[in-house]
Design a protein around this ligand. Structure first.
Ligand SMILES: Cc1cc2nc3c(=O)[nH]c(=O)nc-3n(C[C@H](O)[C@H](O)[C@H](O)COP(=O)(O)OP(=O)(O)OC[C@H]3O[C@@H](n4cnc5c(N)ncnc54)[C@H](O)[C@@H]3O)c2cc1C
Length: 259
């Protein structure tokens, strides 16, 4: 049985610069795609000529168009792709998954995150009627992105690559009663925040969801098998993406056996 997630071919129909570091990519195609309805749902995105995916929040799925809002940072596979005029290009998207799980008794929401978390924060805020407060640490204030009545505080990261988001969380004036805390950002910061919620706030794990969205300074492991030649040979031979994936998997298994 294949363990690979369901995949959908899509093409870029629009690209829009939302702010200096934020680009909207609108996709169509996606035959058979269905939203989970979970407001922080995400998909894996594979851009042309690549095998590795990166995760992006489903900002919206409307009229058979899937909108992803992509942060452009210093370097990166999708970062570099999204800076080009990519309209008309074909990408692969994996089936959506979500994590946001509001407890039945929750009376309020606190949402905290950096620019990569903004699409999920916006969608959560739009989908909830609970009193909601938001804190966004971002190099750009993205005007009009959040609901007009959103109770939001924007802050700028202190310097390149650093974040003061843990201090922001520690200084929150916590509302009374039961609620739900949702947060996403750089992974090591998120680990520190989970500790704070468990040890200082003494929250049960059902009262919060804190996700590492990206890893600062992470050097990605060198790949055992270079996917580029397999991709090009597969395309030249007229193979479909699934067949090329299978060839890549075989090559990786053989490389592992040799180690
Ligand atoms: C569930 C989930 C949902 C997500 N939703 C979104 C979303 O809606 N929009 C979005 O833009 N991102 C989102 N992300 C984060 C995104 O997947 C990562 O930022 C991803 O690494 C970007 O890919 P890349 O190819 O541009 O850079 P990569 O090739 O992955 O990384 C290149 C280098 O850039 C650094 N880097 C990666 N991300 C950042 C960053 N955000 N800021 C600074 N440096 C960085 C890495 O440490 C690495 O050194 C989400 C992640 C998860 C897990």
């Amino acid at each position: 049985m294949s363990t690979r997630a369901q995949q959908y071919a899509a093409h870029v129909v629009r690209r829009e610069q939302l702010s200096d570091h934020f680009v909207r990519i609108v996709l169509a195609g996606l035959d058979g795609f269905a939203s989970t309805g979970i407001p922080d749902e995400w998909v894996g995105l594979v851009v042309p000529g690549q095998f590795q995916s990166r995760y992006y929040t489903v900002r919206s799925w409307k009229g058979a168009e899937l909108t992803l809002d992509v942060v452009v940072h210093e370097q990166g596979l999708v970062t570099e792709w999204a800076q080009r005029d990519v309209v008309g290009e074909t990408v692969t998207v994996t089936e959506p998954k979500g994590s946001f799980a509001l407890p039945a008794g929750a009376g309020w929401l606190l949402l905290v995150g950096d620019l990569t978390a903004l699409p999920a924060m916006a969608r959560i805020a739009e989908s909830s009627t609970l009193p909601t407060r938001l804190w966004v640490e971002s190099p750009d204030v993205v005007e009009g992105y959040l609901p007009a009545d959103a109770d939001v505080r924007w802050s700028t990261p202190p310097r390149d690559g650093a974040s003061a988001i843990a201090e922001v969380v520690e200084s929150i004036d916590w509302p009374a009663g039961e609620g739900y805390f949702w947060m996403a950002g750089e992974s090591s910061q998120m680990r520190a925040i989970r500790k704070h919620l468990m040890r200082v706030r003494r929250l049960p794990s059902s009262a919060y969801d804190v996700m590492g969205y990206w890893r600062g300074g992470a050097v990605r492991q060198p790949r055992a098998v270079d996917p580029g030649p397999i991709w090009r040979a597969g395309k030249a031979a007229g193979l479909g993406d699934e067949e090329i994936w299978a060839k890549y998997d075989d090559a990786q298994s053989q490389a592992q056996e040799r180690r």
